[in-house]
Design a protein around this ligand. Structure first.
Ligand code: G6P
Length: 614
């Protein structure tokens, strides 16, 4: 949730830290701070409420010199976002400074213990408690900072990614992780540490991902030294970072979200590359080849996910049931983990996550494993915690998604769902060869059709202009367009703060219809051939109550456009692929409305890109 960046080397640390924070700001943005150790061993900490630009303004007249430092951008968990609670936190003696991502669950009991031992606290944070705990261990056990961190973490319940610096040690960073990611970049006599690889891109390609319960001592002129918190030596596996600088820049777009919406034709193509083989009419999914039989004979396939990934999973359930005739359930990871679900070794649980770090989804995976189920993953971030915790998986190749509201990751996830459904259908012989070939060919055309859909952006903008000041909006769809309705509503509320609800269109009669009057815009996704007449009736029901109709329709639509007030057209396609096309104008609608309302599209209030806490 928070962003961590640290540097030690021959360059001035401050500009590198600020640049890194800016790249990480999508992870959290309610306060920011930096701690630098100057060449004359002064520990200078500057922090402020607000964004990284506020930190820059605050630090401008202050001493920011030094070749080693740590920096943080926060998404508050303990204590309101203000200067005192912002990271880095300093120990009581002023000797060490620490940044932290995660939650120390037993911080209150640790704090009481430390208070008895004479420590007092400036902030309300769990992080300051951890900082003083480390200092206390260091003093009482007379050990190095490396060992003190390791020993202190044995007393901690919860999740953490931390980096610590110490006065008198201008060449050393200590880092540790459990449950929150941390990556170390190895340069030429310089080191970078960050909560994801974005601050490291363009600086070095050699990276090491720390594992849970590992502590690293990063010392200039020395090899990386890693131990577990139980004091067992561990190997540093150096990997090559594949991300390009281009993929984390706006490339001329006003916002990351808009760039990511426009990337979708390429992303969908990338996700299908080498997997969809249109000539042969088949799909190959190398990542899960060893588990295909488990999927085929599973009592249940159970998707676990949160947020937009949950919506993509719901689309997946329609696709797999429709094409492969296999029972599929879709669960919110946060509910699943506490519900004591009935899971057996004959079930396959599939965790779906863009970041691969969502705490609830990780916990759901652990539970499914305990119950003996096969656990697969559909993840975007390579090497992420979820991708490592699962038995096997399929990567979505969406590249780094920076906009907090997920767009291209959703399309990539739905693409994987379509590939999976087609592969299972092939294995199960649930479709005729002719029909399967038709569906494979059509999936191959989807990237071009998304491109075509994007050409309607100006029409969407005109509609956005009309509705930018509304207070509520209803999104309705049936079958696979129901998750599209949910996703459309989610995008709008996330970034424009307009209240929006997604509903299965027919359920409208059981409640939401009471809300309809001349001020209520209702977005219908009316592209499914199978339920076309039904949706048409639902539209008439809204119209009869003076509701305003915005309809997403296929190009050849005749009836819906006669009664809709506004129409958003998408190319003709197979109904089951409608989510890949119909979501696009709804993403654009939310985007344009949010921009017109002056909202911060890429960093909406209170949200975070990667939710590593419960
Ligand atoms: C947060 C993000 C959403 C995302 C959800 C699940 O709420 O703001 O965009 O859909 O987490 O994240 P995941 O990384 O697991 O897909």
């Amino acid at each position: 949730m928070c962003g961590i960046v640290a540097y030690a080397g021959h360059q001035e640390a401050y500009p590198i830290l600020i640049e890194g924070l800016k790249r990480l700001e999508y992870r959290g943005y309610d306060s920011a701070g930096v701690a630098l150790l100057s060449d004359d061993d002064q520990l200078n900490i500057h922090k402020t409420k607000g964004k990284v630009s506020d930190l820059e303004a605050y630090a401008r007249p202050r001493n920011v010199s030094g070749h080693i430092g740590i920096a943080h951008t926060r998404w508050a968990t303990h204590g309101e976002p203000n200067q005192v609670n912002a990271h880095p936190h300093c120990s009581q003696s002023g000797n060490i400074a620490l940044i932290h991502n995660g939650i120390i669950e037993n911080y209150l009991s640790l704090r009481k213990e430390l208070e008895k031992r004479g420590y007092s606290f400036r902030s309300e944070t769990d992080t300051e408690v951890l900082t003083n705990l480390i200092e206390d261990v260091q003093k009482t056990e007379n050990v190095t900072l490396f060992d003190a961190v390791r020993i202190a973490l044995n007393q901690v319940v919860g999740a953490y990614a931390i980096v610590v610096i110490e006065k008198g040690h201008p060449d050393q960073l200590i880092a540790a992780r459990k449950g929150s990611p941390l990556v170390i970049g190895i340069g030429r006599n310089e080191y970078y540490i960050a909560s994801d690889a974005t601050p490291i891109v363009g600086r070095t390609q050699k990276v090491v991902y720390l594992d849970d319960e590992q502590v690293a001592c990063v010392k200039l002129g020395e090899e990386l030294h890693i131990k577990t918190i139980d004091n067992v030596e561990a190997e540093a596996y150096v990997q090559k970072l594949q991300m390009s600088l281009d993929s984390i820049e706006k490339s001329g777009f006003d916002h990351f979200m808009l760039k990511e919406i426009y990337e979708q034709p390429d992303i969908v193509r990338d996700t299908m590359r080498g997997r969809l083989l249109p000539e042969q009419g088949i799909v190959k999914l190398g990542g899960i080849a060893d588990y295909e039989r488990h999927l085929l004979y599973a009592d249940n396939i159970i998707f676990v996910a949160c947020g937009t990934s949950w919506h993509a999973s719901l689309v997946g359930s329609y696709l797999i049931e429709a094409l492969a005739r296999i029972r599929v359930k879709v669960e919110y990871a946060s509910e699943f983990r506490y519900r004591d679900p009935v899971i057996t070794p004959h079930d396959v649980v599939i965790a779906v996550s863009q970041s691969g770090e969502t705490a609830d989804t990780l916990a759901a995976i652990n539970l499914a494993k305990e119950k003996g189920a096969v656990v697969l993953g559909i993840c975007n971030v390579i090497g992420s915690s979820i991708s490592r915790a699962t038995d096997a998986g399929i990567y979505t190749h969406a590249g780094p998604e920076i906009g907090v509201a997920s767009t291209k990751a959703f399309s990539a996830q739905v693409t994987v769902m379509a590939l999976l459904a087609l592969r299972l259908a092939e294995l199960k012989n649930s479709l005729t060869e002719e029909r399967r070939r038709e569906l494979v060919t059509e999936l191959n055309h989807i990237p071009d059709k998304i491109k075509e859909t994007l050409q309607n952006s100006d029409i969407v903008k005109t509609i956005a202009e009309k509705f930018k000041d509304v207070r509520n909006m209803l999104y309705l769809g049936r079958l696979q367009n129901y998750p599209v309705a949910l996703e459309g509503a989610l995008k709008l509320k996330e970034i424009s703060y307009i209240h929006a609800e997604g509903y299965p269109a027919a359920e409208m009669k059981h409640g939401p219809i009471a809300l309809i009057d001349k001020n209520m815009p209702v977005v219908f996704i009316a592209t499914n051939r199978h339920t076309y007449e039904k949706v048409l009736s639902n539209i008439h029901e809204v119209k009869a109550r003076q509701g305003i109709i915005i309809a997403v329709v296929s190009q050849n639509d005749v009836e819906v456009r006669k009664i809709a007030d506004y129409v958003l057209e998408i190319p003709e396609s197979e109904s089951i692929y409608s989510p890949l096309l119909a979501t696009v104008p709804l993403q654009l609608l939310a985007y344009h409305i949010a921009v017109m309302r002056g909202c911060n599209v890429d960093q909406p209030r209170n949200l975070a890109k990667s939710v590593t806490v419960e």
